[in-house]
Design a binder for this molecule. Structure first.
Ligand SMILES: [Zn+2]
Length: 502
């Protein structure tokens, strides 16, 4: 046989082998059962939780960096309302020593050898500007919706957690594992007085939680066109945060006799250079686990891609960069948000500054991200430094999507939202959970509410609202999660039985 023929034959053999590996890996994806739905009659027993949420919304607990702008009365009276509305659970130990922006409740378990569970939410909100179709703090229940600021972010999870606990306590159920409810009143401005104080309280007592569950991902509906069901995106990691100042220095003076380039010109060149050289993309373990899990719910062609990241990883990263929402999953992002130069039209700037808002991918740190910015800035006669100490945070460690807490989340979703797929997810915004790093074996960021992209646009936006059924279903989720993870599963509380095939 000629060498040419041999070469062609072995190349064909190799391609055949490669193709069979790709197809075998895709075909061996464990597939989920067809989506099922709950009968909505199961939610009847939670009627009333929407009124509790509406009541929380009526407190205008708007966080500001300037403390003088805050409504102090709202912040002192909301905790009083919690004790009034959820009397059984609030009668458990309230840890007042955690400070006035913390509502820390401890429900002691019967088995002291088990590490506690912490359920977290925040009761402050962002400001509401003009143009709402209803009053942002009216807290009304209309057209099957609870309306107002905080309805989605995150008074809904707070009301649902409290509602679940109150109902369990009313049924004389007691947890084996100690349960902490940790509600912070300043998440939107960093969580220093709320979550950080509660975490410190925990640390001082040498406590360590088995699991902390805070806000984060949602049950995303209509996120991906090729998936036939909603996807519960459980944040198993969180990107870091940094505001960096990029600065140039000039001579100042009158603008009538300027040098060829001013500090403003150098700054523009530095900003352009930094935008031209984005951080290199990479697939972190959480995103790999997300894609691997996504294969279960995707058509075969996608399964071939997602189950063979060893080969198609670079191709996927490449396609991620075409959309900001997916690009953020694969790299540290920089967004220039503020510019500042001379204070007057005819005065040359002595300094020009830009603020770069940086979201740091796991695997990097504040220091490495800042180092890269500064290196590139210096090549354009600028420098980069941390804008204000205290608000920067390193990326979180990546929690494995496995173990008893992960299993309990899956069981609670199967009981409350059986039609949803479940996936680990990289959360690119910040949450209070950053203060709890090192104090819990597993940290998950997830709110059990169904959200379309249009719903999500109202978070921090106008006309924030949520369907009454979502509030009730979230309460069912937390009740099932608590019973599953803290135990015991008591037969006297009806299990969500009415699951019907669609
Ligand atoms: Zn929030």
């Amino acid at each position: 046989m000629q060498t040419g023929t041999l070469l062609i034959l072995s190349a064909m053999g190799f391609l055949g082998l490669l193709l069979s590996i790709l197809i075998f890996r895709a075909a061996s994806t464990p597939l989920p059962p067809p989506p099922r739905r709950l009968g909505s009659d199961i939610l009847e027993e939670f009627s009333g939780v929407e009124e509790d949420l509406a009541a929380l919304i009526r407190f205008p607990t708007v966080s500001w960096f300037e403390a003088g702008r805050e409504d102090a009365a709202a912040f002192t009276s909301l905790p009083v309302e919690v004790a009034r509305r959820w009397p059984l659970i609030a009668a458990r130990t309230l840890r007042r020593e955690a400070g006035d922006r913390a509502i820390l409740l401890e429900w002691p378990g019967t088995d002291g050898s088990l590490q506690p569970l912490v359920l977290s939410a925040h009761w402050d909100v962002v400001p509401a500007d003009e143009g709402w179709i209803f009053a942002p703090f009216s807290g009304s229940v209309e057209n099957g919706e609870v309306r107002g600021r905080g309805a989605q972010d995150t008074k809904v999870t707070m009301a649902a957690i409290l509602g679940a606990c109150e109902r369990l306590a009313r049924a004389s159920w007691n947890p084996r594992r100690t349960l902490f409810l940790a509600f912070g009143g300043d998440e939107e401005v960093g969580g220093i007085r709320g979550a950080a104080r509660m975490a410190a309280w925990f640390r001082e007592r040498g406590l360590r939680a088995a699991c902390l569950l805070d806000e984060g991902g949602v049950i995303a509906d209509g996120l991906l066109s090729f998936v036939d069901r909603p996807l519960a995106l459980i944040g198993t990691a969180e990107k870091g945060y940094l505001d960096a100042t990029v600065e140039t220095v000039g001579a100042g003076g009158h603008a009538s006799m300027p040098p060829r380039s001013t500090a403003a010109g150098s700054l523009a060149r530095a900003v352009a250079a930094l935008e031209r050289r984005p951080f290199p993309p990479r697939l972190v373990p959480t995103v790999r686990a997300f894609l691997d899990g996504l294969a279960r719910y995707a058509p075969f062609a996608y399964r071939v891609l997602f189950r063979n990241l060893w080969l198609f990883g670079p191709l996927i990263v490449e396609s991620f960069s075409s959309r900001p929402s997916t690009d953020a999953l694969a790299r540290t992002t920089i967004a220039f948000t503020m510019l500042e130069g001379s204070p007057k039209e005819n005065v040359l700037p002595e300094r020009a500054r830009a603020n770069a808002n940086v979201r740091i991918l796991p695997g990097e740190t504040i220091a490495t991200a800042l180092g890269r910015l500064d290196r590139i800035a210096r090549s354009r006669r600028a420098r980069a430094y941390a804008a204000h100490e205290g608000t920067a945070s390193d990326p979180s460690p990546e929690t494995l999507p496995a173990g008893p807490a992960w299993e309990a989340l899956n069981a609670a979703l199967a009981a409350s939202r059986p039609e949803a797929g479940v996936l680990p997810f990289l959360f690119s915004a910040g949450t209070d959970s950053k203060h709890w790093v090192g104090l819990a074996d597993a940290i998950f960021r997830f709110a059990p509410i169904l959200q379309t992209p249009a719903d999500l646009s109202r978070v921090h936006g106008r006309d924030e609202r949520i369907a009454v059924d979502e509030v009730r279903r979230a309460t069912l989720f937390y009740r099932e999660f608590i019973r599953e993870f803290c135990g015991p599963r008591d037969a006297t509380i009806p299990r969500s039985a009415a699951i019907q095939e669609v």
